[in-house]
Design a protein around this ligand. Structure first.
Ligand SMILES: [Ca+2]
Length: 325
């Protein structure tokens, strides 16, 4: 109680004095701390500044050349359930290419250069070597190479389900990143399974996706039959907007084949419809068809590779699926 009484007159002044001193000191300290960055750090490269930072190892500014064998990693793809068009399609078969090799229960190869009548004056020799066809990173890779092989100047691959899998009607779809360049001709298509007995074009040919390098933004869908074979095929095409090229991204190419109508889609956009009334000959699309996927080099339609064409070229197929009602 005594001390309390003795401090009573001086305490406000002492407190004021102490607080003022602390404020001034604190302000000075703040100014000093704030000024330090300006006082320190002379420019790097000067005697007092020390060495300048060097480039981080591995950040060589020279662009790394594109690795021609790198396969895009399969990204999450839509579950094989809901599809456009009629909602009643159900998945009946697919190859997701998620294993370690090509499933020979689904696929067989055309071998050769077209001496059996399917050449179209193409330049490639089709092989079943892994250099030309393999499964990588969840995808089928078809690689067209510039290399002399059995008197041809290019090699590639052509896979088909002939004798293994075929279907009458349905939705056939594949998610594909196409190759590019003058003279390059990738395709995802089908032929009637009676081709060896009735011949082509009586067998029927239903082309789900064809692309030629000189029209980099366009996909074609076509049917061929008796009276409308070769360049007389009937179908349609779709051209991407804004100068996008087909090779820039994966696209889903599909056909919905029904008894009286065939519809073509790219990324679920309908772009062509053909009915029996549209063809100038017999409608030959009421029997089983098998699937073919290939990359041709050269031919009557795409023309031939030139100095602008880059090899190797790759077609990446994430999956092929067939749905039926
Ligand atoms: Ca896949």
């Amino acid at each position: 109680m005594k001390s309390h009484a003795s401090l009573s007159w001086a305490t406000p002044y002492r407190l004021l004095l102490t607080t003022g001193t602390m404020l001034i000191f604190g302000l000075g300290l703040v100014l000093l701390l704030n000024s330090r960055p300006i006082l320190a750090a002379p420019p790097c490269g000067t005697p007092k500044g020390g060495p300048c930072p060097t480039a981080t190892p591995g950040s060589d500014p020279t662009p790394t050349p594109e690795q021609p064998t790198a396969t895009p990693v399969s990204t999450a793809t839509p579950a094989p359930t809901a599809t456009p068009g009629s909602g009643s399609y159900v998945l009946v078969w697919s190859d997701e290419f998620n294993g370690t090799g090509i499933d020979l229960g689904n696929w067989t190869f055309d071998i050769g250069w077209g001496q059996n009548g399917w050449g179209n004056a193409e330049l490639q020799y089709y092989t079943d070597r892994p250099q030309n066809a393999r499964v990588e990173n969840g995808m089928l890779v078809i690689e067209a190479r510039k290399e002399r092989f059995r008197a041809q100047e290019y090699t590639s691959a052509r896979l088909k389900t002939q004798g293994l899998r075929d279907w009458t009607y349905g939705r056939f779809e594949a998610r594909i990143k196409v190759p590019y360049g003058q003279g390059i001709w990738p395709a995802f298509w089908t032929l009637g399974n009676n081709i060896e007995t009735v011949g082509w074009p009586q067998s029927g040919e239903l082309d789900i996706m064809e692309h030629i390098g000189r029209e980099p933004s366009t996909v074609y869908g076509t049917v061929h039959g008796p009276g409308y074979s070769g360049a007389e095929g009937v179908g349609g095409s779709y051209t991407l907007s804004g100068g996008q090229q087909l090779t820039d991204a994966f696209h889903i190419f599909a056909v919905e084949w029904e008894p009286t109508e065939i519809n073509w889609y790219i990324d679920n956009t309908l772009y062509a419809t053909v009915t029996p009334d549209d063809v100038p000959g017999e409608w030959v699309f009421d029997h089983p068809f098998f699937i073919i996927m290939n990359v041709a080099v050269g031919g009557y339609w795409p023309g031939y590779p030139d100095e602008t064409t880059v090899f190797p070229q790759f077609m990446y197929v994430d999956y092929v699926r067939v749905y039926q009602k």
